[in-house]
Design a protein around this ligand. Sequence first.
Ligand SMILES: N[C@@H](CCC(=O)N[C@@H](CS)C(=O)NCC(=O)O)C(=O)O
Length: 245
Amino acid sequence: MSEKNEITGKLVLVSHPLCPYVQRAAISLSEKDVPFERVDIDLAAKPDWFKAISPLGKVPLLRGRREGEEVSIFESAVILEFLEETEANPLHPADPYARARHRAWIEFGSAILNAIGRFYSASTEAGFLIESAALSAMFGRLETELAASDGPWFAGPRFSLVDAVHGPIFRYLDAFDRIGDFGILEAKPRVQAWRKALSERRSISNAVAPDYPLRLDTFLRAKGSYLSSLIGRSDPRPSTLARSA
Ligand SMILES: N[C@@H](CCC(=O)N[C@@H](CS)C(=O)NCC(=O)O)C(=O)O
């Protein structure tokens, strides 16, 4: 492993209770047994100290001290790479091709998060169905990719950063399942088994507070989107799906 961690003192993860990008960093820190303090901020009223040190105005930020100075790192993928370079218990494979493949699927995980955002924000039923099909196709890609693994993790018996990135993604599907059955993981048994294994991993369940599901449900309800309109309906299926069912 690398020599001494260059950032000293207790690490601080600047966070938001719902942010999936924050969770990736929290999961990596926990898998590596690195103590850290989590500081949640209100993204609707960003504090001045945060605006001063976050060039993109986004969480997560990882803060610490280096040679006596306060330093911070922004962008979750960069934080993950930094932790790989400075902390024990590697979560990336050693082989360069395997590592490149893992980095690419981490990027894919970010693309899924964007697709999830479009799904829960779609304002019309037609838009919602398009986003639902797009999301289903992305998980279909993962289903194909997982054929190379004997499980339980993305790369077989060893938990990796690709797992850390996808744990928070499946939490959204838990929330969607509380609203209705949209068939996103239908006929994707490998993805379903992976989702179950991830939900049982301690680092993943500990990456959010106990009130996370309620907060996420409240967020989705307040979105004013087509999905929001399905919350609390007796038959929450989109009418097009209901007609074809
Ligand atoms: N590419 C960034 C994305 C982080 C991100 O989108 N964070 C959201 C919360 S989940 C945020 O801070 N949004 C505040 C804003 O955009 O104003 C990363 O990987 O760290």
